[in-house]
Design a protein around this ligand. Structure first.
Ligand SMILES: *[C@@H]1O[C@H](CO)[C@@H](O)[C@H](O)[C@H]1NC(C)=O
Length: 507
């Protein structure tokens, strides 16, 4: 099977994707989405996730119809009003969070809170074409209820939240004091938007304090570790990298700035980015190093690192992004998938890290690089990735994880992020090649993606700093303070094109 797929890849690279083929590929991605979505709805809903090989459901996270909530804005991207409205209606009527369930603060925020908020902003806004007339803020009310149930996790001396919280009873006495940097530092977009939509500042404040708590513990060379004690602020795992356990901490520093226009986040992003490029970047790869000494501990590519080139595009640093994408994609081509870990010293799979759980990060970066450069090699890469998933992962009721990227043995699991991210970025890639007739490229606002691929619009209500906006719709008088204006003025990677691309010229 591996050899077969590599053959496909090599054969495909001979001829670049044409417009006719982009259309066919986009339709194939759409069919992929519905195979997985309908499989979930028919066999697993309202449980959290589908087991796509045995065609049954399981409550893998909080028992809150996870895959449905995570899929909402993809239905909107596809313009599927019927299924979108059905889903919104069901959620408004039936979804409840008063459950005796201990859930991950991070996963619940990015998947469920983010899914509810993005869908709320789509369904309640005339300008999106997805408005539902009998909608009464049901999703926003659910998001607020969920947000309040997560708040007890933030009651720590450092401001960094515990990793898990019980939705009914708060933080349990035997909850671990250790959490990951990504877990504490990837909440600002969702919590900030929740504050701006409800008018209650508490959510934005706790998520900002969590980032400040992490930032305060950075090493003298500006690096953060992977795991930290939320009570003492001591690092319990001092490896610094851009992948596992840290990745979206960096992502949300930049995106929180882009969304809310607060200079503090931009400053933290720039300082962190400088440290990463100085100590972790070994062109074109990234190492895991000790956060204090910068000594390399792991010469390892892990598949979560693959989001980084996409983030670099957002930061306006496209050149190193192209180099790194080429290197990461070479690992994909070698196996037909990226393994969770690939050792760069031995150039072989890291023992125990042989799986590919349908992760989106490489295709996400592929989309961003195509958007920034319009180089057709990124469409070719997308075609290869699509072919691998189609031939390797498709199973009776959805798409299966790959347990081992060498044998391509399938695993009976389908993470909800396959629908909210992997399929979404593939769809957007090929649709962009056809002109980008979708809400992300052509909608009423520029959209940012959360780390779960959810759509967050830069509406004046959300993206204007609070101090200069009374929510009356009036713009901030000082245009340098208005993020909304900043974007409309400076994001012109493809000047002359109506498409909006976020680029923050990196300096
Ligand atoms: C909550 O759930 C836990 C674990 O399932 C259980 O041990 C506990 O008794 C439940 N608490 C209540 C009050 O139902």
């Amino acid at each position: 099977m591996a050899a077969f797929l590599i053959l496909i890849s090599d054969g495909a690279s001979a001829a670049s994707v044409t417009a006719a083929e982009a259309l066919q590929l986009r339709d194939e991605v759409k069919e992929m989405f519905y195979h997985a979505y309908n499989g979930y709805m028919d066999h697993a809903f309202p449980l959290d996730e589908l087991r796509p090989m045995s065609c049954v459901g399981e409550d893998s996270l909080g028992g809150y119809a996870l895959t449905l909530v995570d899929s909402l804005d993809m239905l909107a991207v596809l313009g599927d009003r019927e299924k979108f409205f059905d889903a919104v209606n069901w959620i408004g009527k039936h979804l409840r969070f008063d459950k005796n369930k201990t859930v991950s603060v991070f996963e619940t925020t990015i998947r469920v809170l983010g899914g509810l908020l993005s869908a709320h902003m789509l369904v309640s806004d005339q300008a999106t074409g997805m408005v539902m007339y009998d909608y009464n803020d049901e999703l926003l009310n659910l998001a607020e209820d969920l947000g309040r149930r997560l708040l007890p996790a933030f009651d720590t001396p450092t401001g960094i939240p515990y990793g898990s919280v019980n939705l009914l009873y708060g933080v349990s006495e035997d909850e671990s004091q250790v959490t990951s940097t990504a877990g504490g530092g990837t909440l600002t977009m969702e919590f900030g938007v929740l504050s701006r939509l409800t008018g209650d500042p508490v959510f934005e404040e706790v998520s900002r304090n969590a980032v400040r708590g992490l930032w305060a513990q950075r090493s003298h060379i500006g690096l953060v570790g992977a795991h930290i004690n939320v009570l003492s602020g001591e690092w319990t795992h001092k490896d610094s990298g851009i992948g596992t356990s840290i990745d979206s901490f960096y992502e949300y520093l930049l995106k929180a700035y882009l969304l809310f226009g607060e200079d503090e986040y931009l400053h933290m992003f720039k300082e962190s980015y400088k440290a990463v490029m100085r100590y972790l970047f070994k062109d074109p790869w990234y190492m895991e190093v000790n956060m204090n000494s910068a000594v390399v501990v792991w010469p390892l590519f892990n598949s979560l690192q693959a989001f980084w080139p996409g983030l670099q595009v957002l930061a306006g640093d496209v050149e190193p992004a192209t180099q790194t994408h080429t290197a990461f994609f070479s690992v994909w081509k070698k196996f037909g998938f990226t393994p969770e870990g690939f050792n760069l010293a031995s150039m072989s799979i890291q023992p125990g890290q042989r799986s590919y759980p349908l992760r989106p990060e490489l295709i996400e970066s592929t989309y961003w690089l195509y958007k920034a450069t319009r180089d057709p090699i990124y469409l070719d890469a997308g075609r290869d990735i699509l072919a691998s998933i189609q031939y390797g992962c498709r199973c009776p009721c959805g798409y299966c994880h790959i347990a081992d990227v060498e044998t391509h043995q399938q695993d009976d699991h389908m993470e909800s992020f396959f629908l909210s991210e992997t399929v979404k970025y593939l769809y957007l890639l090929f649709d962009l090649a056809l002109g980008g007739d979708n809400i992300v490229e052509n909608g009423p606002y520029p959209y940012l993606f959360s780390t779960e691929g959810h759509l967050f619009p830069l509406t004046p209500q959300i993206s204007l700093p609070k101090e200069c906006c009374t929510y009356s719709g009036s713009f901030c008088p000082d245009s340098s303070k208005s993020n909304w204006m900043l974007h409309n003025a400076t994001n012109h990677v493809d000047a002359g094109s109506p498409l909006k691309v976020f680029l923050l010229p990196y300096s």
